[in-house]
Design a protein around this ligand. Sequence first.
Ligand code: NAP
Length: 486
Amino acid sequence: MRLTPSGKKLVTLIPGDGIGPEVVESARRIIAATGAPIEWEERQAGASVFKRGLPSGVPPETIESVVKTRVALKGPLETPVGFGEKSANVTLRKLFETYGNIRPVRELPGISTPYSGRGIDLVVVRENVEDLYAGIEHMQTPGVAQCLKLISRKGCEKIVRLAFELARAEGRKRVHCATKSNIMKLTEGLLKRTFEEIAKDYPDIESSHIIIDNCAHQLVKRPEQFDVIVTTNMNGDIISDLSSALIGGLGFAASANIGNEVAIFEAVHGSAPKYAGKNVINPTALILTAVLMLRYLDEFDAAARIEHAVLVTLEEGKVRTGDIAGYDKGTPTSAYTDAIISNLGRKSERWRVRDYKPLKLPRVSSKPDFVVAKTRRVIGVDVFIESSLDAEQLGRSLEQLSAGTPLKLKMISNRGTKVYPATGAITDCVDHWFCRFITRSADGGLTDEQLLGLLDRVSGQHRWTHLEKLHEFDGQPGFTKSQGED
Ligand code: NAP
């Protein structure tokens, strides 16, 4: 955290696009009214920056400011569709390794939903930088696309520890880890295994695993059973939006992107361009986001006062924004903000604010070789081939080509199902074949020269598009089997 000469905490403020400047202004006025010692450094990102011709949407002066202040409050940024630019939001999250996306979801007074009265009060902790969002995609053939799902042990350990630390800081009792480890045993399974190991360091918190699809089902059926849910990036993207809808939707959904060096606070919603400049939208999501930021900055008193004021304002229901009351009779954003300011210092009788403690950020080793195997060997290679042959023809050809080499063809699969040797499965094949070759020798590993020798023979007759070594680390296979593979 950077202090100004007058001892205030310096925060980068990014107004953003569309309704961004209005919600940011609302939060800024409320924070000022609490007297919290915050000073803003305003910087731009998003549409205005894309228009200046900067394809990242994030100019150097904004990056410099966040590097200096380490904390940013930002409005939504528009992602132009079809210009080939990356999302400026994703760029910001990735630039500063904000690996944890924290989304609290709590029932609010006066916001009527099918779940009202059930006391929903949970937090989704979503891994924010890895998984399918690493953005590594390829067309392996003209008709087959691939997206790499990258999950690291280091990334899992950081997000799992963050979830347990958050539970402790917020006095929560239980953490669920939600994964699809039944299907993706290595990637999603890595989060589950890491979770089960790290949970032992937090005996005061109850821990359990839940399959992500059941988690979605349980969230709709009995959301009040959840306290903290930690999950991978893609799963978290979906269930955190689902969870926001349980308590009234995007006008109320706050979020924090937390890293060990930098934290970026933003509402879940986007720039809602149709409401831009009309003074009608609901700023509560960004106000509650500002509450998360104040707690992060150890301004617990100001955070609690704002949270109480929001609860009182919503409970009394005298002012209601257009998304709740209807846009023809809703309270303007500015008047709603005034009402919250006038309620600072008041507390609801019924709606409590948690007793928060500072969040202890997990510190794990920054070494790139986070996991080192004692033993390792290469026992085969998967060669992806583009071919219009059928499975039998390709299989026979590859058997012939590998004859007399240290590798033999074990099987071919197509779209994840084994098709050679034939199993009787009815598979609608495409011209993208996953061909698994394994060593003929029980001991010892394969050398690169031996793998390249095989590739040299294969490429004489077929078009290969991708290679993957088959490793064994500490005696454990580092690969999974195709459907139908023995
Ligand atoms: P959106 O801006 O979140 O708006 C979708 C709808 O949600 C709005 O039309 C409105 O619903 C409602 N809504 C959103 N915020 C509200 C608020 N504060 N108060 C009341 N109602 C609110 O999603 P979008 O239209 O898909 O995206 C627009 C742009 O925002 C896109 O360029 C997108 O890339 C960007 N975006 C940015 C972020 C970010 O910066 N983190 C996140 C999401 C999207 P009704 O129409 O029903 O009134």
